[in-house]
Design a binder for this molecule. Structure first.
Ligand SMILES: [Zn+2]
Ligand SMILES: [Zn+2]
Ligand SMILES: [Zn+2]
Length: 259
């Protein structure tokens, strides 16, 4: 069976699993697409379910977890794709670079946070035209209009991605061990950690060994992480509740306007 999200984008990709939340087949890592995207990952909690990107946020919420806790490999992979794409577009203008940044940003905003529900809630009644609601089958999703991405959006997106990566429990172990990552990538990870140093997270959790990412995630990390100097330009995202506040901050709405 083909992945339903890929099919919606006009790409035919063999699926890796059946998402129990929406009963649809979805593709997984390693990506079989030329753009490196994929749409599902296995939950690292005891449920071990293979969940599609449209359901990851709600699935994690149902466990009382963040997406980083349930789908750490996906968060690292998509977060690194956001950092790579925003970095490239901030360096050089180009239609293809815009499309890539929009695609990576969409995957991140939908699956990691704020998630489709919070986006819909925050966007209703506003005239924000960066995000366009769209349906995939009977599901609600959002697309980023590539031409509407400003430097501000790109920097806030990069900040959210860096924060999400820094939230993944085993990141400290990744940095400590190197895990065959080139030195620049290790430095990028250290820069991400420094940017988002949270005193409560200095020690890796006991679950670390269970969460060591698959080889494909490590490989994609070593390709995608931008030069660490890029991260020095990024203002860290403030600590706020996931969901609506995150959406408001990204879109500079309400009390986060001008933040
Ligand atoms: Zn897919
Ligand atoms: Zn699903
Ligand atoms: Zn689960």
């Amino acid at each position: 069976m083909d992945c339903y999200i890929c099919s919606d984008e006009g790409v035919t990709t063999a699926s890796k699993g059946l998402c129990p939340e929406c009963s649809q087949f979805v593709c997984g890592s390693p990506s079989k697409r030329s753009d490196g995207r994929y749409h599902g990952a296995q939950c690292k909690c005891s449920c071990k379910k293979f969940v599609c990107k449209l359901d990851m946020k709600d699935h994690s919420d149902d466990h009382g977890n963040s997406t980083e806790e349930c789908f750490p490999g996906f968060v690292i992979d998509v977060g690194a794709a956001v950092l790579e794409a925003t970095h490239n577009l901030l360096m050089r203008e180009g239609a293809d670079l815009r499309d890539r940044a929009a695609a990576a940003g969409e995957d991140f905003l939908i699956a990691v946070g704020p998630g489709p529900k919070a986006l819909r809630q925050v966007l209703s009644g506003t005239n924000v035209d960066l995000l366009e609601e769209r349906s995939i089958g009977d599901r609600t999703s959002f697309s980023i209009a590539p031409e509407k991405l400003t430097f501000g959006h790109l920097k806030r997106l990069a900040a959210l991605a860096a924060r999400a990566i820094s939230n993944v429990d085993y990141l400290y172990d990744l940095v400590a061990s190197g895990l065959e990552l080139p030195m620049t990538q290790r430095r990028s990870l250290m820069a991400i950690l420094a940017l988002h140093a949270d005193p409560g997270k200095q020690e890796p959790s006991p679950r670390v060994t269970k969460f060591v990412p698959d080889e494909s995630v490590r490989q994609s990390l070593s390709r995608k992480l931008p030069d660490p100097s890029f991260l020095a330009d990024i203002t860290p995202a403030p600590y706020f509740e996931r969901g609506a506040d995150e959406a408001r901050w990204f879109l500079q709405l309400g009390r986060f306007e001008g933040a």
